[in-house]
Design a protein around this ligand. Sequence first.
Ligand code: AP5
Ligand code: MG
Length: 220
Amino acid sequence: MRAMLIGAPGSGKGTLAKRLVRDFGFQHVSSGDVLRQQMADGTSVGKKAESYVNAGKLVPDEVMVELMTSALKTLETSGKCKWLLDGFPRTESQAKTLDDTFDLGLVMHLDVPDEEIIDRIQHRFVHRESGRVYHTLWNPPKVDGVDDVTGEPLIQRDDDKPEVVKDRLEKYWDLTMPITQHYAAKGVLSKFTGTESDVIYPSMKKFVDGWVIGARCTRE
Ligand code: AP5
Ligand code: MG
């Protein structure tokens, strides 16, 4: 029951993860959300990560591997092995280390054109504490600038500035996209192409419905 979403920045990983959590009860583990929480809490990892994240650069592998494998081990120790990774692994080396610890049963690759992504990110607003994501036109909050659930203000991420988004996309194509081949070779990769999360989601849901039937969570 260990699954992962892989795709470019702004491809809709967070948006689709929320729906998969709602429909299948996955634990959503987003490396970006984990890092932003560490930064907001002012931890030593957060301080180390801040300059990388704000500049759209990848946080060093050893920091990410330690942070994410310990988050996953905590889940597993409490009996939760139905999880959905988002944003990790992002390099060949992270993927290899993750493999040494856990077997992923399903990797869903979101394939969305760069032009669509650049347009979307300009309209993105987020609720910092929960990671809830809005789009001012496509998925607006009920009240302008305010989170639907808590009523707290929404923010724009520092790394969503156009010049930083360009760097993030380059890193994705150079370092992250190639690891899809690693999962294809293991026979666990499925690709979902499109520009509309509302169109991608029904086919993704159907696919996950079929996968969940055969998947087993040994600790559940
Ligand atoms: P992270 O937070 O993971 O950012 P990302 O991968 O760049 O992805 P995003 O969160 O920006 O996009 P998303 O795919 O979740 O899209 P969303 O659903 O929000 O990482 C941030 C940083 O942390 C990295 O740059 C790096 O520095 C560091 N980091 C994280 N993991 C790391 C790792 N493993 N190694 C090293 N460093 C790491 O959707 C985007 C927008 O589009 C939203 O506004 C949404 O409402 C909208 N939208 C979604 N679907 C549609 C649609 N169909 N039509 C219109 N709008 C839509
Ligand atoms: Mg995200």
